[in-house]
Write a protein that binds this ligand. Structure first.
Ligand code: GLN
Length: 270
């Protein structure tokens, strides 16, 4: 059976094309799907979709709903109102869900990350936030990431390199946990193997600004849920998929590992 991936969009998402292209380059059937296609009765029959048409869902980068309220807040509220039950079931069943940059913000606003409770993959309220960067500016440049996952995250299992380079481009990417609970959260994340990427300098040392572009707690750039099938990260692997995107001679670059890992995981089943 062909693996099918949906890259969800609403007004303002802008990274769906390169995300679809990355999946297609790996021989997977991927398409950009507007959220309306899941619920509106104004959609043509052949464009109506259900979550269950897919094996993987992706929330792409961009400026959904113009970043109004908070980045990701409006997209996530709309997802909650129309897809919550299905999405919860989808995650419980173990299907992979990816959020890149604005998509990570959506997953956090949804309460799907950090995702400590396997039985309730979408929490009632957000459990963390992606706050405004310490610099109070839009930070747009390459970042170096140390891969620290010990094997749980289905999106990085094929990643054998210790350090990768993915670009960032965001204004609201600072990982914060509830005040006073930072250490407790960190302990749980480490114990559960939920930390995936941390910002480092080009030599691989944990470093502050500009290497940590937003002031994220513990230099966190990406985390997965307790089950390892929901993954969110601020840097953009889809912008470092092909070598030419980052000025390299080789055909593919570091971003490929994320897509390859999840496709490989799904191919074991389909
Ligand atoms: N590249 C992106 O997805 C940007 C995310 C969001 N609009 C921000 O600036 O924080």
């Amino acid at each position: 059976m062909d693996i099918r991936v949906a890259v969800l969009r609403i007004e303002g998402t802008n990274c769906e094309d390169e995300t679809v292209r990355a999946f297609r380059a790996l021989g997977v059937e991927a398409e950009a799907v507007h959220l309306k296609q899941f619920y509106s009765d104004m959609i043509k029959d052949d464009e109506v979709r259900s979550v269950w048409d897919y094996h993987c869902l992706v929330f792409p980068g961009g400026f959904s709903a113009g970043d109004y309220v908070r980045a990701g807040a409006i997209f996530s509220a709309r997802v909650k109102s129309v897809l919550r039950k299905d999405l919860e079931e989808f995650i419980k069943e173990g299907y992979p869900v990816l959020g890149i940059c604005n998509g990570f913000q959506v997953l956090v606003e949804l309460g799907a990350l950090p995702g400590f409770d396997e039985d309730k993959p979408i929490a009632e309220e957000p459990q963390m936030a992606l706050a405004i960067n310490d610099s109070n500016r839009f930070e747009c440049r390459p970042t170096f990431l140390k891969h620290e996952n010990r094997g749980k995250c289905v999106f990085t299992r094929k990643l054998k390199k210790e350090i990768v380079m993915y670009p960032v481009a965001h204004a609201e990417g600072k990982v914060v946990f509830p005040r006073g609970k930072e250490e407790e959260y960190l302990e749980r994340l480490i114990e559960n193997d939920q930390i995936v990427f941390r910002y480092v300098d080009p030599e691989g040392n944990y470093a502050s600004y500009p290497w940590n572009p937003n002031g994220s707690f513990y230099n966190i750039a990406g985390i997965c849920n307790v089950k390892g099938n929901v993954f969110g990260l601020m840097p953009h692997p889809e912008r470092a998929f092909f070598g030419w995107q980052v000025g390299r001679e080789e055909e593919f670059f570091d971003g490929k590992y994320v897509f390859e890992s999840v496709v490989d995981y799904l191919r074991k089943f389909y």
